[in-house]
Design a protein around this ligand. Structure first.
Ligand code: NAD
Length: 339
């Protein structure tokens, strides 16, 4: 079977990770990567063997002038692709969409785009089938992916009456110096509910969830404090069983040294994971507390990498490369070392 030809638009925090993940898939081929600027990231992507394309004629000129080998502009890349993964900043994906429509190329957008940019919002373990054969799919944000993974598993096993979650958001990604320094806790948004709950409902449609969010001066990970009320009594072991069925949920114990988000990132770095990435949502087992029908837990989300496996699965779903969610997820997990 011929490989699906994938173009990547936007080589930033998410894009650089997605392109390497796609490149590891036996059924996919990276055709080219679109960038705007002739910076050192362009040199890195060329040194990794990817073909460089420019976002516009203007960027083509500036990159060529800088001595970079540029294959063409975005429109030319689109003639060679079956699907593009758009990892550009918030709102740029929606602006690019008419180009994808004109070229009749399928596209995966990211969580910074509004939900109506796509026909479906996506978290592989929850609603893979909804994305099958669609033209445009949106992989939801890092926070929404983290919440949807654990709540999706719980929702599959138990009847949820309501969810309340507080999201402690990282202030910026490590490279985003322009957003800092920050020395404050910022209610963001200052009203309740935050947009995260409705965003989770784009994936788990009938989930009664209310979220609030605060920005904290950290760049490593987000942290969620989640409270779930069930229609029936649950046990801690039952909850652990339900969450253990996903390889994209990892348990840690504070008694074993995982006393902060910093130790989770250190663990990934010591394992030798590329960039110290943690694509799994990380649940503190010791935080899991059951009181009658209610469950409380804390989980951490590595914002830079959690959506990477979802993008790979979204490509398989929209192209129909794999119609069974479990088979795509298992192949993605295996190739990305999530086992
Ligand atoms: P980023 O700013 O790190 O990267 C975006 C890249 O796209 C930059 O290199 C920028 O120069 C480039 N770009 C801008 N306009 C372009 C164009 N027209 N064509 C090609 N490239 C262009 O952003 P990011 O953090 O990778 O976010 C990308 C998307 O992923 C956003 O929708 C964001 O909301 C979402 N997302 C981000 C995170 C995160 O924490 N960083 C997590 C999950 C989802």
């Amino acid at each position: 079977m011929p490989k699906v030809r994938v173009g990547l638009v936007g080589y930033g925090t998410i894009g650089k990770r997605v392109v390497e993940a796609v490149n590891k898939q036996p059924d996919m081929q990276v055709v080219g990567v679109v960038k705007t600027k002739p910076d050192f990231f362009a040199q890195i992507l060329l040194s990794k063997g990817f073909e460089l394309y420019a976002a516009s004629r203007e960027s083509f000129e500036s990159m060529s002038k800088a001595g970079l080998e540029v294959k063409g502009v975005l429109e030319e890349l689109l003639t060679k692709c079956d699907v593009v993964v758009d990892c550009t900043p918030e709102g740029t994906g929606a602006k690019n969409k008419p180009l994808y429509e004109r070229a009749r190329v399928k596209a995966i957008f990211q969580g910074g785009e509004k939900r109506d940019v796509a026909e479906a919002s996506f978290v592989a373990e929850v609603n893979y089938q909804e994305a099958l054969d669609k033209t445009f799919v949106r992989v939801v944000s890092c926070n929404t992916t983290g919440l949807s993974r654990t709540l999706g598993r719980l929702n599959a096993e138990f009847e949820i009456k309501k969810v309340r979650a507080t999201i402690i958001r990282r202030g910026a990604d490590p490279v985003e110096t322009k957003r800092g320094p920050i020395n404050a806790l910022i209610p963001n948004p200052p009203h309740i509910p935050s947009h995260h709950g409705p965003d989770v409902q784009t994936v788990i449609h009938d989930l009664p969830i209310v979220t609030s969010a605060v920005i904290a001066p950290t760049t490593l990970m987000h942290l969620h404090v989640v409270n779930v009320e069930f229609a029936q009594k649950v046990t801690k072991d039952g909850v652990i069983d339900a969450l253990s069925r996903s390889k994209r949920i990892r348990f840690v114990d504070s008694s074993n040294g995982f006393d902060s988000t910093a130790s989770i990132i250190e663990f990934a770095r010591d394992l030798g994971r590329a960039r110290g990435d943690v694509p799994e949502v990380v649940v503190w087992r010791d935080s899991l507390t059951v009181m009658d029908n209610e469950l409380y837990y804390m989980q951490a989300v590595h914002q830079e990498s959690i959506v990477v496996p979802e993008n790979v699965d979204a490509i398989r779903a929209v192209t129909g490369l794999e119609r069974e969610a479990a088979r795509s997820i298992s192949l993605t997990n295996k190739t990305l070392g999530l086992e």
